[in-house]
Design a protein around this ligand. Structure first.
Ligand code: HSE
Length: 315
């Protein structure tokens, strides 16, 4: 397998994701049409050299170097394919804001895997990239839809393999994601969760998940309303999101079918019919505004293509 030439480039588009969607903690996630674009270029130097250029208003705290998440993912590709690491530069058009519960880290992992693999002539199959992505992130609900697109349920099967089921999502259902200016790290949001949970809570979530998936498949709003309900993580996390429960109430009062913390938060996901989208979005923004927190709440579609890459003109 030939090493890429200096200056050789690929462009990788990676969608944001909303994980959990209420009851699907650490297994259910959907890709949304808000996308980070990574332009990845082979530069002089070996496997210690990684330059990061961020375009956008967010992400000024992100740094290049060998410890960067994107580059650590790229290194896993070289290791798995038995190739020598190379120096890389990534220019990121950052549309997915970091630390908001929209899978920003997952986009970096997936872009590092897909980009390095593409530059090397695609030695690894998508299944292998998926396995590496889950291993790096530690849970599958962001990286899997980020790589594959759509609504994905990922389970550790009895065989110990990761199994992915792409579930249907009726096109009448839209996602309003209220993204506040405040941030919350996933590690902090995971720390507040108890090590074990009562049996009854697990049973409630199993039922809720079934209702939710059937509602999303058919577009039945009542099923979504009854299914978007969680006892595994949300009860412990709402207190970390200032004004979060009021934003949820505002969304439901404005006609949202269901509302949940997006991933580990602090963004909040509301599902609704398109006709209610504007009203739901405005209600969520106003609720946060009333306590001095600025936000935006775009109406997003399910992104079904997953990560896409193409070659770019060499320099
Ligand atoms: N399932 C994860 C969580 C998603 O809720 O912690 C965040 O990355």
């Amino acid at each position: 397998m030939a090493q890429p030439r200096i200056g050789q480039k690929v462009i990788v588009d990676v969608p944001s994701t909303t994980a959990n969607i209420g009851p699907g903690f650490d297994c259910l996630g959907a890709a949304l049409d808000l996308t980070n674009k990574f332009t990845i270029r082979r530069i002089e130097g070996n496997g210690e050299r990684f330059e990061l250029i961020i375009e956008g208003t967010e992400g000024s705290h992100l740094r290049g170097g060998p410890e960067n998440l994107f580059y650590r993912a790229a290194q896993r590709v070289w290791k798995a394919a038995g190739l020598e690491p190379v120096g890389l530069e990534a220019r990121v058009n950052l549309a997915v804001p970091p630390a908001r519960g929209l899978g920003s880290s997952a986009t970096a992992i997936v872009a590092g895997l897909v980009g390095a693999n593409a530059l090397m002539g695609s030695p690894l199959a998508k299944e292998k990239l998926l396995e590496l992505a889950i291993d790096i992130e530690g849970h599958p609900d962001n990286v899997v839809p980020s790589l594959l697109g759509g609504l994905c349920m990922t389970a550790k099967a009895a065989s110990e393999r990761w199994r992915v089921v792409r579930c249907e999502w009726d096109s009448s259902i839209k996602a309003v994601v209220a993204i506040p200016s405040i941030r919350l790290s996933t590690s902090e949001a995971r720390r507040v969760m108890p090590k074990s949970i009562p049996h009854g809570d697990a049973v409630l979530n199993l039922g809720a998940m079934t209702l939710l998936l059937q509602g999303l498949r058919t577009g039945n709003g009542d099923l979504i309303a009854d299914g978007m309900h969680d006892r595994l993580h949300e009860p412990y996390r709402w207190r970390l999101i200032k004004g979060g429960l009021d934003v949820k109430k505002a969304a439901l009062d404005a006609g949202a079918l269901g509302c949940a913390i997006s991933g580990a938060g602090p963004s909040i996901l509301a599902l609704c019919k398109e006709s209610q989208g504007r009203k739901v979005s405005q209600a969520m923004i106003s609720s946060w505004e009333s306590i001095g927190i600025s936000s935006r709440a775009p109406l997003l579609n399910l992104q079904t293509l997953g990560s896409q890459w193409k070659e770019a003109a060499n320099e």
